[in-house]
Design a protein. Structure first.
Ligand SMILES: *Cc1c(COP(=O)(O)O)cnc(C)c1O
Length: 422
């Protein structure tokens, strides 16, 4: 079947034809290509068309498609059996590797997705502190757990309105919303809810309202405020972990969270997730402690093997990160040049290999309200043009574009030459 036929038929059997909403290209006037295969930094659709992949499965495929080390380690597991629901040495190998190569993780618990990691980390923080409220930031995404699905309207600090039907008001009454990069908005919540806040959860480099890196002094102050109030600071590094640096965004900022969540890259392309942090907090988890969290598929051997192969490769090759940063800077400079040449108003936000082009007249984009002020129609025109011409970029203004180890200067030049024809 060809792209069009597969997508049309998929709509009969899966809502919107997809298993995750953004894939349906709701904001674009084109249908999503149906992807058949991938090779390094390129992917191919069912019509035989080739694309340079700047989505990387939304982050995980940093090593490119069909990485030999990952494939070989998975093949080995397949020969022995793919799941036992029992302790395995592969779990130990990955857990030990993460705890010893990443900072601020004394112990870790494996789960199956980023959503599971963040919701479990919040539960653990609540169990540990005996408090109920959490603070999240407007525009940050931590998965589809009810407690995180809060639309922060223009009155960011006032009423909580569920961001989705199906979320009872009760599930979010303990979710407080602060403004990204605005420490006063955090302090105001702590003043109002003294001794009630279990955790603050944040993407230290936001990627889900488009890329917005936190300001360093904001994260430093956030750490101070959490320490002073005995509140658990959770860095959601599901996207940024092993990406902006092997040791994540926290290593770039030099700020220590109490708990960190991972997913995406840590599974080498397989469904994965994990949360970890300070030993005394992690020891509150069942079976050691009273906080209950479990998973039939957690620590699955295939995932553990793929994750280990992936992280080992990244950890042993620091040059990968300088390569991605160099390409990122080439791409950023090129886009800014095109914007001048063509008189297009835009801002490029980038952290190493995570990047978003905001079509906006603003001179910088530092918060959710800045991001929301972007010209999303212009973004859609841009994304459609790029994808039609073989450059696979995210179909929404509020997503991150990724560079990977396998991207080349040629890939960047192709991106720029296509964009020049916008
Ligand atoms: C992708 C993402 C999640 C959700 O992970 P899933 O595996 O899709 O459940 C949570 N937090 C951040 C920062 C993410 O980028």
């Amino acid at each position: 079947m060809r792209n069009k036929e597969i997508f049309e038929e998929s709509k009969k059997y899966m809502p919107g034809g997809v298993n995750s909403p953004v894939r349906a290209y709701g904001d674009l006037n084109i249908d999503p290509p149906i992807i058949k295969s991938g090779e390094a930094s390129h992917i191919f659709d069912e019509d035989g068309k080739e694309y340079i992949d700047f989505v990387e499965a939304w982050g995980p495929m940093i090593l490119g498609h069909k990485n030999e080390d990952i494939l070989n380690s998975v093949r080995e597991v397949l020969e022995k059996g793919v799941g036992f629901g029992a302790p395995t040495e592969l779990e130990l190998r990955l857990a030990k590797y993460i705890c010893s190569t990443v900072d601020n993780v004394d112990m870790i618990r494996m789960v199956n997705s980023g959503t599971e990691a963040t919701m479990s980390a919040v539960k653990l923080a609540r169990g540990y502190t005996g408090r109920d409220k959490i603070i999240k930031f407007a525009g940050c995404y931590h998965g589809h757990f009810d407690g995180f699905l809060v639309e922060a309207g223009s009155g960011v600090l006032t009423q909580n309105i569920p961001g989705s039907p199906g979320v009872p008001k009760g599930s979010i009454e303990n979710t407080l919303i602060a403004e990204y990069n605005n420490i006063e908005s955090v302090e105001a919540l702590f003043n109002k809810h003294k001794d009630e806040i279990a955790a603050v959860i944040i993407e230290p480099v936001a990627g889900n309202m488009g890329v917005i890196p936190a300001a360093k002094e904001f994260l430093v102050k956030l750490r101070e405020v959490c320490t002073k109030n005995k509140t658990i600071l959770i860095f959601d590094e599901v996207m940024s972990g092993f990406r902006v640096a092997y040791k994540g965004a926290q290593s770039i900022y030099g700020v220590k969270p109490d708990l960190t969540t991972f997913a995406k890259i840590m599974g080498g392309g397989f469904p994965s997730g994990a949360y970890g942090g300070r030993r005394e907090i992690m020891e509150q988890l069942s079976p050691l402690g009273p906080v209950y969290q479990a998973g039939t598929m957690s620590g699955n051997p295939v995932v553990m093997a793929a994750g280990y192969a992936s992280l080992k490769k990244l950890h042993e090759n620091p040059k990968y990160y300088s390569h991605m940063d160099k390409l990122g800077s080439l791409l950023e400079d090129g886009i800014l040049e095109i914007s001048k040449e063509k008189g297009i108003d835009l801002v490029v936000n980038r952290c190493v290999n995570m990047m978003t082009v905001f079509f906006t007249k603003l001179s910088e984009v530092k918060s959710y309200s800045n991001a929301k002020a972007s010209d999303t129609k212009m973004f859609s025109r841009f994304a459609e043009h790029m994808i039609r011409n073989g450059v696979y970029v995210p179909p929404s203004q509020f997503e991150a574009m990724f560079l990977g180890v396998k991207h080349t200067e040629d890939d960047i030049e192709k991106f720029l030459s296509v964009m020049r024809k916008l």
